[in-house]
Ligand binder design. Sequence first.
Ligand code: ZN
Length: 266
Amino acid sequence: MGAIYGRERLLLENWKKAWKLKSVQVGAISAFFDVLILFAEQFLGVWNIIPQDLKDLIPEQWQEYVGIFVGVGIVLARLKKQPELHSDIQPFVTVTAGHSNKDPGAVNGKFKEAELVSQFRNAVAYYLREAGIQYKTDGVGTLNQDLNSAIKLIKGSSVAVEFHMNAAASKQANGVETIALPKDKKLAQALSKAVADAFGSRLRGDKGWIDQSQSARGKLGFISNGGLIVELGFISNEAELAQFNTRYWVAAKAVAHVFIDYEKRN
Ligand SMILES: [Zn+2]
């Protein structure tokens, strides 16, 4: 037992040493390239300001080598610039409408959930555009792409929200809720409050937040992929439907402001 332990320990020590050596080597190589790239940049900076007639004075037998050196310098300078380009990617908000042009969702008379939430998405997008916030949607105008297309827009976004309207057998059922993972609880509550205040509705769940695991709907693809679902009210409740139709621009503006604050903080 002891012998095996000792041998394993020795192996571990050797492995650690090898690893340390490797990381020192990698560090040295990367430092060497940093210096080389820096030198290449400096050289190109100087080279670019040398007048052509001065460059023409370089002896012919040197020109080939200078050409190669300039070429290598350009390649190295590009290597350096690449990571900066990647960090330049703008953060964006994803806003999508639940259901799709093929799946109307809940229906009350002539009103279809998929159409109402598309209008809401468009209004939120309008206010985000006005505030100069980058965003992606699952369509413009009446276009409402399906869930798979919406889920694809989540990746890379700083926040992704899909809008829905609730429906219940009881016409009395009412209120606003946002279903989200526990890490997004605060944001979920802020979104529900913004909507509820605009419509004069009450908050459902924990101050407007419903944990996906506690939701009767079970696991939702949009949320499992990092998004939040805002249920703007009950389409089956006549009073809430009427409030939605007359005041959805007000609620959309309030929701857009939650995103704007969120983007500024993160
Ligand atoms: Zn829905």
